[in-house]
Design a protein around this ligand. Structure first.
Ligand code: TXA
Ligand code: MG
Length: 322
């Protein structure tokens, strides 16, 4: 594919000039590949929503190369300041109140007063953001509702020529999208679980982790984009399956049971980090191999396991168009 190029000084400069001119560039982060566009460029943001087929009510995350720049666009609170110091750069996204003079396109924020911000840790992503010198909105680089990409080839499969350039920086290290929190109040709420867990946030804020409500257990806090059915492969999923049934593909956790059908293990040693990094790529490779669907082993809810189980529940949720 001619628009897929390895990361180098030359392709980075090319990517930065495409973004500054209002084009779209897919690039790696430590979580998943993002589809980048200039956050302040209305036409670029519009093109981005169209390329993904994303509903316009679902706002985007603005990415910046360093934490201090975020507070040029958004108000901080004592908790967001502390969390920024501890977790940025890294896989945490904070929803913050925008300053009244924020130049971020209202299309990007779906017309909300708030905006989600993230400072990624991936070296290549930071270099690109620094070269652009403006906030870059970047949703996961997949058609809306499908499984997020953790390699450049996944991006090319899903978006292909709808993107001006795809930068290949190898597989993503974490493999699941960032933790999204609403950080406008003194106590944050988790809108989307990820590698930064409630326990980790609570330890920094020195509060009881149970006070950090998650969207599922909490009241009406929700990220507009957390649609029940999401991250969906084409095949149906059957969760908490200790064994595959005849005809199913099997996604295991731990050593695989003897089975003649297609099967893969997320981690032979039950390592949750390894399982997170493998999840999306393995769902893709088992998808459509059988008509009976994919059975998935039970996975511990500890640490990043909660985020893995969140994505699996969404992948298994009933769909409008099965
Ligand atoms: O790891 C990640 O976060 C990746 C990489 C590329 O940075 N990006 C990503 O973006 O996953 P996306 O667009 O696929 O998911 C963003 C999530 C959505 O659930 C969206 O609804 C929520 O963040 N969100 C964005 N702005 C928000 C806001 N102002 N208030 C509440 N939720 C918001
Ligand atoms: Mg996404």
């Amino acid at each position: 594919m001619k628009n897929l190029k390895p990361f180098s000084d030359t392709t980075l400069a090319e990517a930065a000039s495409i973004l500054r001119a209002g084009g779209l560039v897919a690039f790696p982060t430590e979580t998943v590949y993002g589809l980048g566009g200039d956050a302040c460029h209305e036409a670029a943001v519009k093109k981005l929503f169209t390329a993904k087929g994303r509903p316009s009510f679902n706002p985007l995350i603005a990415h910046l190369a360093d934490a201090t720049a975020v507070f040029d666009f958004a108000h901080n609170t004592s908790s967001s300041q502390l969390l920024a110091e501890h977790f940025w750069p890294g896989p945490l996204t904070m929803v913050l109140a925008q300053r009244s003079d924020s130049p971020i396109s209202s299309l990007a924020t779906a017309g909300l007063d708030s905006c989600a911000f993230r400072v990624p840790a991936d070296r290549n992503a930071v270099a690109l953001l620094a070269a652009v010198g403006r906030p870059v909105v970047a949703p996961s680089a997949n058609p809306s509702g499908q499984v997020s990409p953790t390699t450049a080839a996944h991006v090319a499969d899903g978006l292909g020529d709808k993107v001006d350039l795809i930068l290949d920086g190898g597989p993503c290290q974490i493999g699941l999208e960032s933790t999204v929190i609403d950080a406008r109040g003194e106590i944050p709420h988790i809108l989307r679980p990820g590698a930064i867990t409630a326990d980790m946030l609570a330890a920094v804020l020195q509060i009881d982790p149970r006070r950090i409500q998650s969207a599922e257990t909490g009241e009406a806090v929700n990220a507009p984009g957390m649609l029940a059915s999401h991250y969906a492969p084409r095949n149906l999923l059957r969760l908490d399956a200790p064994q595959p049934r005849q005809g199913e593909a099997y996604l295991g956790f731990g050593p695989l049971p003897p089975y003649e059908g297609p099967s893969l293990t997320l981690s032979a040693s039950c390592d949750l980090q390894e399982a997170a990094a493998n999840l999306f790529a393995m769902l893709r490779s088992l998808d459509n191999q059988t008509r009976a669907g994919i059975a998935v082993a039970p996975i511990s809810d500890n640490g990043i396991g909660a985020a893995i189980n969140d994505r699996l529940r969404r992948a298994a949720a009933p769909r409008d168009n099965p």
